[in-house]
Ligand binder design. Structure first.
Ligand code: FAD
Length: 459
């Protein structure tokens, strides 16, 4: 009987366990998760609007990983959300798409997508973007919504328990046991060693520091990824309804004139709300929407990618440093009207109250993002918003709200094979923690890829 140890119960770890327990029913699978079961994951930031600095943070840790509190938008594509098409090859990626969707559906996800892409109006939108020098990226989206996401995750847990998978909550993997270039187990925080023939590291962004430590300790090859810094933008939903009603999410990409940096929209939430996110030691901003509840505003992020080369190799520290500046000035998140930002003055509650957009995040502090975000990113963000205003009139309004800082850290990327196996034999690295995915769909697919590889090796 083969023993498989999975560290992390996010979409990558859960999907690996689901696929493996189905295709190799006799195997002994153990998931160790440093967070709590789904029903015990109560984030004070969501329940009472204040972060209590829980350790581990229930927003990103526990059954379902960072996905449990997420908006549950499955971007069914290789165009965004990770590097899997490059790593696996386009045809392998495409062949796995129906498998991933089927697993989600079996556990309660809807069969239909939330957008229709074959319409004439989509072509018109694409042409309009092209004329402005922007690229409109379209793909099928299945929107579970924050509420349905937890339901699907709960059903996946039940399936795994029925199949005899062992799940240990409150258990952190702290080290790996490697012998003769091959992994043979993992060490938990409480001192226990779990022997295993295969180990899958699915630790997500919250476990990226652990993964970096192991990679360095084992002397493995790795690359650094860019860091994305930006703001969350909030507009009246009417401004983007003509686009979101067809596309659901407007994914625009542009290279700024100011610095030729890549700027893009990210994680659009039609009729949604802006939320705080606690990344262990910094507070950043994010957004989500509900499947059943329609709120008056639409929000999305505008992110600028910065890729450091020599000699600096710590993009995560850089991103956190910028986010910490906002935390220092506001004790959390700064909110500013676009008109105030462009005029070089801070926002006040008085000015914000006069504006068309009612802020959905109530405990942000009016301030000046010019004092926080470096010129390189800020100029590109303003240039992008003014251009986007020509695509969707109203985005560049004086009253548009900007919340800062939104930062997307991507973990360092260890060298992996096309089966996502590391340079240590039988040691696999998947999901956001390995720096190869940036969203639910590709994270889930990475779990299935390693499960298939392990199955093939055993058989
Ligand atoms: C607020 C929010 C909204 C989002 N919305 C969307 C969305 O709508 N669509 C989308 O595609 N993506 C979204 N994302 C991103 C998505 O959630 C992640 O890309 C995805 O969850 C990554 O999956 P993963 O399995 O790699 O890692 P994670 O989901 O981060 O899971 C990793 C798990 O490993 C555990 N862990 C870490 N270290 C250890 C250790 N040493 N030992 C044991 N366990 C450990 C963690 O506690 C965690 O539970 C959102 C993220 C956030 C935070």
């Amino acid at each position: 009987m083969s023993r498989v140890l999975i560290a992390g119960a996010g979409p990558a770890g859960i999907m690996a366990a689901l696929r493996l327990s189905e295709s190799l029913p006799g195997s002994q699978i153990t998931i160790v998760e440093k967070g709590k079961p789904l029903e015990d994951r109560i984030c004070p930031l969501i329940s009472i609007g204040r972060c209590a600095n829980c350790r581990p943070c229930s927003m990103v840790s526990g059954w379902g990983g960072a996905g449990a509190y997420s908006d549950g938008k499955l971007n069914v594509t290789g165009a965004v959300g990770g590097l899997l098409p490059q790593l696996l090859g386009e045809s392998h990626f495409d062949s796995l798409v129906p498998t991933i969707m089927e697993i989600f559906r079996q556990h309660g996800a809807p069969a239909e997508t939330d957008n229709s892409l074959d319409k004439r109006e989509v072509e018109d939108m694409r042409r309009k973007a092209t004329l402005l020098g922007m690229k409109l990226i379209t793909f099928p989206i299945v929107h579970l919504g924050t509420d349905k996401t937890r339901y699907v995750l709960g059903r996946m847990y039940e399936t795994l328990l029925k199949r005899g998978v062992q799940v240990l909550f409150g258990s952190s993997l702290i080290d790996l046991v490697v012998k003769d270039g091959r992994v043979i187990g993992g060490v938990l925080e409480d001192g226990r060693t779990i022997d295993a023939d295969f180990v899958i590291l699915a630790v997500g962004r919250s476990g990226a520091d652990d993964l970096t430590r192991w990679v360095k300790k084992l002397g493995l090859t790795f690359e650094t990824n860019p860091v994305d810094i930006g703001v969350r933008v909030e507009v009246p939903a009417e401004v983007l309804d003509p686009f979101t009603e067809t596309l659901y999410e407007v994914k625009l990409e542009y290279y700024s004139k100011a610095f030729e940096d890549r700027v893009r929209t990210f994680c659009m939430n039609p009729h949604g709300e802006v939320v705080k996110e606690n990344l262990d030691d910094v507070i950043t901003v994010n957004g989500h929407s509900y499947k059943e509840k329609q709120l008056p505003n639409t929000n999305f992020a505008v992110l600028v990618s910065t890729h450091f080369t020599e000699p600096f190799k710590d993009p995560v520290a850089y991103g956190k440093h910028v986010a910490r500046l906002a935390n220092l000035l506001s004790d959390g998140i700064i909110v500013q009207r676009l008109g105030d930002l462009v005029s070089g003055r801070r926002s006040t509650w008085e000015r914000i109250r006069r504006s068309l957009v009612r802020p959905s995040l109530q405990d942000a502090v009016p301030g000046d993002l010019n004092a926080v975000i470096p010129r390189r990113q800020m100029e590109s963000i303003v240039e992008f918003l003014m251009l986007m205003d020509k695509f969707a009139p109203g985005v560049g309004s004086r009253d548009t709200l900007l919340y800062g800082v939104e930062v997307k850290f991507y973990s360092m990327r260890p060298k992996l094979t096309s089966s996502l196996e590391s340079e240590v034999q039988n040691l696999y690295m998947v999901g956001d923690g390995a720096g190869i995915t940036r969203g639910l769909f590709q994270a889930a697919m990475s779990g299935v890829v390693v499960a298939d590889s392990i199955r093939e090796r055993i058989l």
